[in-house]
Design a protein around this ligand. Sequence first.
Ligand code: ADP
Ligand code: ZN
Length: 635
Amino acid sequence: MNNERNNNPGPGKEGGDKQSPKNNAWFALAIAIAVVVLIGTIFNQVSQSKYTKTTYSDFRAAWLAGNLDEVQIHPDRIIYMTKEEAAKDPKAQKAFFTGMPAGGDYLAMANELEAMGVVVDKQIVEDNSGILLVLYYAGMLMISFFMIRMLMKRMGNLDGGFGKSKAKVLMEKQTGVTFADVAGQDEAKESLKEIIDFLHNPQKYADIGAKLPKGALLVGSPGTGKTLIAKAVAGEADVPFFYITGSDFVEMFVGMGASRVRDLFQQASKVAPCIIFIDEIDAVGRSRDNRYGGNSEQEQTLNQLLSEIDGFDSTKGIVCLAATNRPEILDKALLRPGRFDRRIIVDRPNLQGRLDTLKVHTRKIKLAEDVDLNKIAQQTAGAVGADLANLVNEAALRAVRHGRQAVNQEDLLVSFETVIAGTEKKNTVLSDTEKRLVAYHEVGHALVSALEKRDMPVSKITIVPHTTGALGYTLYLPEEEKYLSSRDELLSELRGILGGRAAEQVVFSTMTNGASNDIQKATSLARHMVMLYGMSEELGLMATASVHNQYLEGSVQMDCSQETAAKVDAAVQKLLNQSLEDAKRVLTENRALLDEISEYLLLKETITGEELMNFVEKAQQKEAPAEETAAEDAE
Ligand code: ADP
Ligand code: ZN
């Protein structure tokens, strides 16, 4: 019995890694036999355990003494009841069993016993009982065989294999895409040039002892060209390109994803130097902290991925590129140095970027004289590369429909409406009033920060609608890495965050939902100041919260009495209100500057920190003499 159980391997990931479908059938048959024999044996044991075992001699003695009351003759055993036992109370009765002697003649035995007046259970004595039994077992065998086959097919996802990497990894020997096919995205290209050089000549880097990053993370909205850029890197470096999506790794059965990851890296190392591109890495790279609903399969897959990335020899020239539009949910372990530590932003294109994209995609298209790509680029604020590629193609199709030889301006304008306005107008293409609001909001942030000398310098302001919902954004660039922040610095940061809402209130006397993210950020910062940094007058030094999972997400949990919690809320509110008032005051005092920069931003869509500072400095120079006279007046 034990043997049979051991023959019955659980369908594990290793068990059938390299089974052909035919082998699998035998495997299923073996399991089916094992199961049926197992059940039969157990059944037998259970049914026998009701009876007391005796020897054949005991049975024979009872027989000869005329002591038998009832006998059941089975092909392999005899069950009998003695007269003594039959006379007892039914609950206390004992029946006995013993083996049937080999070659024993059932019928003769039954007749003899019957002649003696013993009750014989005739049905079982029937000769065909053996055949019935065989049929019964055969039926059971077939049913379990098919059930097991079905189960196996499900596990192997209908191809009959367990965890063998499906041919979902796309490998292109030559992508045929180069940087010339990628319009705009200059910063992204710049950051990737080094990787290309490395792929051309890994030895050069190895000789000096330099370690190149093993991976880079491409972050940006869908359709901004992340896949395209990754392919272009492979094309420029003239190496093979492996493509897989994160969701391909994650399967229903634990262990499958991990084995796919192993497989992918094995394939890649055979043809190195090469590029592995993992699209939508957030599907596997989700934080292991359960806040975003990970699961153990995904966790195993991620662990495998991490160990493969750590494991491969970077001098061999494998570079792992990954794309995501949700960098915030990625596990911190993925972003550690030596893994995907380079983060390359693939932005929505600005005016120039859109124009370049249109140029790239119209290269092979016949254009009529009247086409003005510049105008199309101006109109398509918020569109990503994929939208523009689609737009050009739609326009070409429309030209064919109308029987023309070339695409004209009207084709482009009409397809713009179907491609972008038709689907995404509400989200990404803004009305003029909305645009003004967004411009003032962003300049509000930037100007408050710029006038606060303590705060981080602004590097870029844009009103090109950006990743999931943000209509514009202000990018800050820290001059140096900072480990300590004083209370004044934090307060000044708070004013910068609230500068957007302040501008809405000062200029339009309104409030928009566009500030909701700012409010969350500001509240969180104010809470930290009050609860963790001891920076409020009300609560002083007392810490009223603790940080959990510092190495994962660093979530903060309140841990104080309810009365104190109410005080915390009041203190946080006071900080926020004070900062908003301060920001509003700053903007009111610099209203002319706010207007000037906002108008300029509306025109250009994206301005740099330098341009911003030029405005600010010019205004301050003009103001300086005026301030002096004011000071003199006061005296
Ligand atoms: P993502 O991977 O970011 O979702 P893709 O790389 O799949 O986007 O882009 C889809 C298509 O959009 C590309 O095949 C290309 O035709 C077009 N495209 C996107 N960005 C650009 C760009 N910067 N220049 C040229 N074409 C682009
Ligand atoms: Zn804002």
